[in-house]
Design a protein around this ligand. Structure first.
Ligand SMILES: NC(=O)c1ccc[n+]([C@@H]2O[C@H](COP(=O)([O-])OP(=O)(O)OC[C@H]3O[C@@H](n4cnc5c(N)ncnc54)[C@H](OP(=O)(O)O)[C@@H]3O)[C@@H](O)[C@H]2O)c1
Length: 272
């Protein structure tokens, strides 16, 4: 479905760049079919130089040429950008609008763009840059299954992609979109333990990162409950259960779960 579709990436910051770079890296979308925009000429030039895609400050021109428009601006900028696209009639050809903005509902975007505009919300994360992303998509009121399929095809080139109801999007934001930052802190902290025991920092970090990758793959490929996998590595009276008890003393489970809950609550406020 992506074949020969022009894609406009409106907003070329961290996520716009990540999505454009990920699409190119997948080989499914050619640089000539991506038109990106930024607010400033400097950002636009930087992206054009980095990725070899056309990048301007003209949202309407990029949108007019595209079958799929991916809004990648900050939540506070969505209203202004959407109003600009509406007032310039840049969506008169009926493209699919994908929005990755945290806390901004599809209903809000539809209310600006016009009631028949197909909108799909998506919540990707930064590992999309290396093809290991996790994206959740949710259908707006006028989007069809075919629109969702196009969105899923785009984000599947950047990693895994599933569809959920829109009511879950703030939770998804606090979990899989904010989550990489939580995991980086855990990786850094575990590496500190290795450094404390005498390992060089770069060695400790490599050990932890590869271990994290392996543990995540075990969860995904075995389909086992994480608790069962944990039990598999805890020998009675062994070192792993000793480490687990230290984690439990630090209330690691409730602290991590509350981090997701707190991030999700804040995500829900971002578009207001
Ligand atoms: N960061 C994440 O991990 C993550 C994950 C999932 C979803 N998101 C969502 O992704 C969206 C973008 O976040 P980000 O971290 O990529 O933000 P960012 O790095 O600040 O990038 C925002 C981009 O939007 C551009 N922009 C601002 N106003 C514009 C306008 N009127 N027309 C065209 N471009 C405009 C900016 O251009 P200039 O550079 O010229 O100012 C910049 O390139 C947010 O809504 C966020 O909720 C982020």
């Amino acid at each position: 479905m992506l074949a020969n579709k022009e894609i406009a990436v409106i907003g070329s910051g961290t996520m716009g760049r990540t999505i454009a770079a990920g699409l190119l890296r997948s080989g499914k979308v050619d640089a000539s079919r991506i038109r990106a925009t930024a607010r400033t000429r400097a950002s636009a030039d930087k992206l054009a130089q980095e990725l070899g895609v056309s990048c301007s400050t003209d949202n309407a021109a990029a949108a007019r040429a595209a079958a799929v428009i991916i809004l990648c601006v900050k939540p506070k900028d969505v209203e202004k950008v959407a109003e600009g696209l509406k007032s310039t009639r840049a969506l008169a050809h009926g493209p699919l609008v994908l929005s990755i903005s945290a806390g901004v509902s599809s209903g809000f975007i539809e209310s600006i763009l016009g009631d028949s505009t197909p909108v799909v919300r998506a919540m990707p994360n930064t590992p999309c840059l290396i093809g290991k992303g996790m994206t959740v998509v949710a259908k707006g009121s006028h989007a069809t299954d075919e629109h969702v399929a196009i969105a899923r095809e785009i984000f599947s080139t950047l990693g895994r992609c599933i569809e959920l109801e829109e009511k879950h999007m703030d939770t998804v934001t606090g979990l899989s979109a904010s989550g990489p930052a939580f995991i980086y802190i855990i990786i850094e902290a575990l590496a500190d333990g290795g450094v404390m025991r005498g390992l060089p920092r770069h060695v400790a970090t490599e050990l932890v990162a590869q271990m994290t990758l392996g543990a995540a793959e075990m969860v995904l490929t075995t389909g086992k409950h994480p608790a069962a996998l944990k039990d598999d590595v805890t020998t009675p009276a062994g070192c792993t259960i000793a480490g687990i008890l230290a984690l439990e003393d630090g209330r690691v489970r409730s602290v991590l779960a509350r981090a997701v809950e707190t991030a999700a609550k804040v995500a829900g406020e971002l578009g207001k």
